[in-house]
Design a protein around this ligand. Sequence first.
Ligand SMILES: C[S@@+](CC[C@H](N)C(=O)[O-])C[C@H]1O[C@@H](n2cnc3c(N)ncnc32)[C@H](O)[C@@H]1O
Length: 281
Amino acid sequence: MTALLVAAARAIESHRHDTLVRDVYAEHFVRAASASAGWPVRIQEVADGDANPLWGRFARYFGLRTRVLDDFLLRSVHTSSARQVVLLGAGLDSRAFRLDWPPGCVVFEIDRKGVLAFKHEVLDGLSATPKAVRVTIPIDLRADWAAALADAGFDTTAPSVWLAEGLLFYLPAVAETHLIDMVDRLSTAGSALAFEVKLEKDLLEYRDSPLYTSTAQQIGIDLLDLFNREPRPDSAGDLAGKGWSTSVHVPFDFTRRHGRGPLPEQNDALEGNRWVFANKP
Ligand SMILES: C[S@@+](CC[C@H](N)C(=O)[O-])C[C@H]1O[C@@H](n2cnc3c(N)ncnc32)[C@H](O)[C@@H]1O
């Protein structure tokens, strides 16, 4: 359901005249699942339009995040010899089909079986062709995904680019620490990683925020119920301790850079969100 939520946001973003990202597949995912078939895929389909906290501001947040991480991935592969890209919790991310990858690039997509099966069905129906070699790995990230990745052809002796977009806050703290540690172990010099974290001390402080209440009321997704509420590890700090260079950004930095996207507001459920970029020298 959360993957469909992001897909709907990308569909809405794609149809904006000032779009930050064009994902032609997103609306097909939304339409194909019975749970989301009635959701909007254009802002014009939303009665209160941009004033709607879910389909206005939150969807724009996902549009901005997609664009910033598109840029990160493309920059990482085009400025290095890394030709392996791993999307952790890939969901309905269509980057293997959308982005201009350099020759020889392999995109590994890890997510749970049901999500990848649904994705496969929709993309097959569209006769979509990936722009890189695409390898899907249906596994739960709480299981031994590193072994599954190696079995799927990932080369631990070559540099790699990793992405955990909209993922870590769903995982138990120990699974996040394990995942970051594993990415470090599987990454040679020249590798890069981007991920998103939420740093709020108490997520429930924002339980009445327009973003959480509108998502629950309009589409029945209670994000606070899905997010893991254990104290979060300091993954950026852990990577720095392992010798990675890291930079931590608030998403609003990119709103200002692109001239569109969400800005801070009162009682803001996005207040603790950080986008972390890390490079292994
Ligand atoms: C909010 S969606 C984000 C998907 C995608 N990264 C994007 O931004 O469009 C979260 C994704 O994480 C996946 N996920 C959550 N917990 C997982 C787990 N334990 N193992 C594998 N995938 C998981 C979900 O199935 C879902 O596709």
